[in-house]
Design a protein. Structure first.
Length: 415
């Protein structure tokens, strides 16, 4: 009989989901959820969208209520940082020096927004966006007529740019690369994103190098590498995240681009597991290590690891899926886009598009959709089913907007 608890470090999306899933799956032993933020566990996607647009209150992001955690006997320590792990003793140390024993440990430490290492990065008004507190600090700065400079043309930067523009701000996006969101998106979709932002009045500068943030106490301009000064009231730095792996590395756990786990989400120590943005896990298709920074990954790994902690041996095999909403457009990606042998394009009404990625045997590996409203959600759902079918598909039918994906699915189901 174990009297030491399962301890979860990190009360964000994956940590909160794992705690609730452990109870759903029948774990009745002691359970402790420790997070350094003062909030209940919460989902982050609304921070750059609905929360800035005032279309959703902050508590709608919460995963479970305080009463729910209490009823389920999930002990919560908030505003509490875990500062060390001693795997040999199966013990953690809190920031105040207290030590706690664990039976099993789950690391759900997520990532932190990367700060620009440039002069003036500490000026007031140079903002990052990762937490509810960051969103609360950013929102009052986005009043109509205010000038926002966004550093980084990735998803967080572009979503904030779209929200700020809708609030009436003058918005400029500065991107160092030659296209938007290049790490995740094919060139065609980057081009469509660029066209949308420009059409809605966002100034986008590509190939733009920044030298410094200028201002007297508070930021008033960004200096570019060629000396040009761009005046602003607020800067949002959106240049990616740094996975929180230091705790694991200091404890001697294997760490690559994230905390290394096996297909059951177990680290190099048999009693310690890791999930979410912080972990690097084997891709179910290629077996290659990968780290994902997506809502679905946090959600599904949170649920899966609860089963693993309770002894299940099945591998984590959820299909990667990501979405981004900007203005009245939506983007969705499912499966793997890299390493495809062939990409098939299906045009959609109103300049929308679906891209299908096939392997050499014409099996669908990934799909990417872009369009106004929610038009592509159903198509990507069907594409996910086509990917899971593992059957070869006719490229001509995928490319033809008149050929329904539903009938394609029926066709492969009957083979
Ligand atoms: P987190 O939710 O970051 O939770 C980790 C928690 O651990 C944090 O609270 C952290 O403070 C805490 N912690 C770290 N170290 C310690 C320690 N030593 N002791 C105690 N606590 C610790 N994904 C999509 O798919 N679509 C979207 O549209 C989308 N939009 C997003 C918008 C924004 C603004 C952001 C920030 C993210 C967005 N994401 C989106 C990504 C998604 O929210 C993340 O992938 C997800 O939150 C990862 O969950 P996680 O539990 O791994 O990490």
């Amino acid at each position: 009989m174990n009297t030491a608890p399962i301890i979860i470090v990190g009360a964000g999306h994956a940590g909160g989901r794992a705690a609730l899933a452990l109870r759903e799956q029948g774990y009745a032993g002691p359970l402790l959820l420790i997070g350094d933020e003062p909030h209940l566990p919460y989902e982050r996607p609304a921070l750059s969208k609905q929360l800035l647009l005032d279309s959703q209150p902050a508590d709608a992001c919460h995963i479970g209520s305080a009463e729910q955690y209490q009823t389920l006997a999930i002990e919560r320590l908030s505003a509490t940082r875990v500062s060390a792990i001693a795997p040999a003793k199966r013990q953690i140390t809190l920031h105040d020096g207290r030590t706690l024993p664990y039976h099993k440990l789950l690391l759900a430490t997520g990532g932190r927004a990367r700060q620009a290492c440039l002069p003036g990065a500490g000026l007031a008004g140079v903002q990052l966006l990762r937490t509810l507190d960051d969103a609360a600090a950013l929102r009052p700065r986005l009043q109509a007529g205010q000038r926002l400079l966004v550093v980084g043309g990735g998803f967080i930067g572009l979503e904030v740019a779209a929200s700020a523009r809708q609030l009436g701000c003058a918005v400029t996006v500065l991107e160092a690369g030659d296209r938007l969101a290049a790490r995740a998106l094919p060139p065609l979709i980057s081009a469509k994103l660029l066209a949308l932002h420009r059409a809605r009045g966002v100034e986008v500068r590509l190939g733009c190098q920044i030298a410094a943030f200028r201002g007297d106490g508070s930021v008033s301009a960004v200096e570019l590498a060629d000396g040009e000064l761009l005046a602003c009231d607020t800067v949002l730095v959106g240049i990616g995240i740094q996975p929180n792996t230091e705790l694991a590395a200091a404890a001697g756990l294997a760490v690559g681009n994230g905390i290394r786990v096996d297909a059951r989400l177990r680290t190099s120590d048999a009693h310690i597991y890791a999930v979410g943005d912080a972990c690097e896990f084997p891709c179910p298709v290629s077996g290659q290590p990968q780290r994902l920074e997506t809502w679905r990954n946090a959600e599904e790994q949170g649920r899966h690891v609860a089963r693993s902690l309770l002894g299940a041996a099945d591998a984590y095999a959820a299909l990667p899926w990501f979405w981004s909403d900007q203005f009245d457009h939506s983007l969705q990606l499912a499966g793997q886009l890299q390493a495809a042998a062939n990409c098939v394009t299906r045009p959609l009404p109103d300049d929308g598009v679906l891209l299908f990625y096939l392997d050499a045997a014409e099996r669908l590996q990934g799909a990417c959709g872009w369009g106004a409203g929610n038009s592509i959600a159903r198509d990507i759902k069907l594409a996910e089913m086509l990917i899971r079918s593992g059957k070869p598909l006719p490229a001509a039918a995928l490319a033809d907007p008149a050929s329904s994906l539903k009938s394609l699915l029926k066709g492969v189901a009957s083979v």
